[in-house]
Design a protein around this ligand. Structure first.
Ligand SMILES: *Cc1c(COP(=O)(O)O)cnc(C)c1O
Length: 461
């Protein structure tokens, strides 16, 4: 498979080149040149496979050429060995809906499904090229720990993650700082999350430093992350329908950066019998406003009890736009120019109808989120985390729908406690965290200080 950019400015490249490139060099996002189609017989057969077997089948047509099928199977096997559930992403039924549990990985959130795979994939590609990668990122809490767990112990990768000192939850902080592997470098900065992001941007713009130290990112725009997430849509469909191809399912997806739901869109384009995709946002509703009005426009960020969806702009949205514009990069460029110039873009009435045929969108407020956690607990004795509660609420009135559960409720104990008066039992990965040894540097929120720390740390290795 070859990969191209949504903006048309990249000569077709291979899967491994696309993974190492991350963001396309023309500022766009990378996508496969075509989407492989899966027929009804194949779907039926896939419904009988284990998660790992299925992952090989789903991913293989996208990989090809530079990685063998055996290597892919081995990568997948190793990546999901860190999950605490045999089924990796099990489906449970509560009342008239299904919950696809994506939180059985080492950091108890769905990002593990993609980042466990991406970490191993990076390592394999670096072994090939003889290179070394230094990952640099800023986190407001969740992505940082999933990225750290994705690459801990890898020989060819070092990871530097900045978090705002004492402004992430104690569990989130411990999840990161209790990882003692010598390729993991936690930095608490004396500043805010925005300061952290600005420092990361500044260092990525320091082209000499970026080149010399092979800086890389692990944000949600890497194609391999989307690809790993396509798998569980097929898996859930197989478990629920047992391969009955006449059964179309509706998936409800709590979303922020449009990554997870875009994976569902790809699954549908491949031939998975999907009825609708419910796009569920919290108060940060740029995406639900887009679906319901055809206008994509950033507002300021609100802090909510589902912080992993507190975003202003959705980094994967451009990928969907590319398909909505019938794969015409010049149309995407025009729209992105509108966005850069006016802070908004708008699509035609005809395109809006197309969007609303597939997507149903709802923004869920804080009170509704708490009420949903309460109701589900009362009637089904099941504890939702606040992100998942947003998805469940948005799917109200659609019996048989499948809601993606993106975090374990014990990770967001305060919101859960506020809703139902008790906290969820933590999974093994979150137990005993407060007693473990930690490793973390405390530094000024200053790009030059962080750069010096990175240089010295790497020189000492
Ligand atoms: C990242 C995250 C989301 C949002 O996923 P996107 O791919 O950005 O849409 C939802 N819930 C949790 C718990 C997350 O960590």
């Amino acid at each position: 498979m070859r990969y191209i950019s949504t903006r048309g400015g990249v000569e077709p490249i291979s899967f491994s080149q696309a993974v190492m490139m991350g963001l396309a060099t023309d500022g766009g996002l990378l996508l496969p040149e075509s989407i492989p189609a899966v027929d009804a017989d194949t779907l039926k057969q896939w419904a009988t496979l284990t998660f790992q077997e299925l992952a090989v089948e789903v991913m293989w047509p996208y990989v090809g050429e530079d990685i063998s099928r055996e290597e892919l199977a081995d990568l997948i096997k190793r990546s999901y060995a860190s999950f605490s559930h045999d089924e990796i992403t099990p489906v449970v039924t509560i009342g008239d809906m299904h919950i696809l549990e994506l939180f059985h990985g080492p950091t108890a959130a769905f990002k593990d499904v993609a980042l466990q795979f991406l970490g191993n994939l990076f390592e394999l590609l670096l072994e090939r090229s003889g290179g070394h990668l230094n990952i640099l990122g800023a986190t407001s809490g969740d992505t940082g720990s999933a990225a750290i767990y994705g690459v801990r112990g890898q020989k060819l990768i070092d990871i530097f993650i900045l978090h705002p000192h004492q402004r992430v939850s104690p569990i989130q902080e411990r999840q990161m700082t209790t990882v003692l592997d010598d390729n993991v470098h936690n930095i608490a900065i004396k500043g805010t999350f925005d300061d952290g992001q600005n420092i990361v941007k500044q260092l990525f713009n320091d082209l000499e430093f970026k080149q010399e130290f092979s800086l890389g990112a692990v944000n949600s725009i890497n194609w391999a992350r989307i690809l790993a997430q396509v798998v569980y849509y097929f898996y859930a469909w197989g478990r629920i329908t047992e391969g009955n191809i006449n059964r179309r399912l509706t998936f409800s997806v709590p979303t922020g950066n449009f990554g997870d739901i875009f994976a569902g869109y790809i699954a549908m384009r491949m031939g998975l019998p999907v009825d609708q995709l419910v796009l569920a946002t919290n108060r940060n509703d740029i995406l639900s406003r887009f679906v319901n009005s055809g206008v994509y426009e950033a507002h300021s960020v609100h802090h909510t009890m589902s912080p992993s969806m507190d975003i202003q702009i959705s980094s994967n949205f451009e990928r969907y736009l590319y398909y909505l514009m019938d794969e015409d990069p010049s149309r995407v460029c025009e729209l992105m120019e509108d966005m850069a110039r006016d802070g908004r873009l708008e699509i035609s009435e005809e395109k809006q109808q197309r969007v609303r045929k597939l997507f149903q969108a709802k923004a869920v407020g804080e009170t509704e989120t708490l009420e949903q956690i309460r109701t589900t607990y009362r009637y089904n004795k099941y504890i939702l985390d606040p992100h998942t509660a947003v998805g469940v609420k948005a799917a109200e009135g659609i019996p048989g729908s499948v809601c993606l559960a993106t975090a374990h409720p014990a990770k967001f104990g305060d919101a859960v406690k506020e809703a139902i008066g008790v906290e969820a039992e933590p999974p093994p990965s979150l137990q005993g965290l407060m007693d473990k040894e930690t490793k973390c540097a405390l530094l000024d929120a200053d790009g030059a200080v962080i750069k010096k720390f990175m240089q010295e740390t790497l020189a000492d290795k």
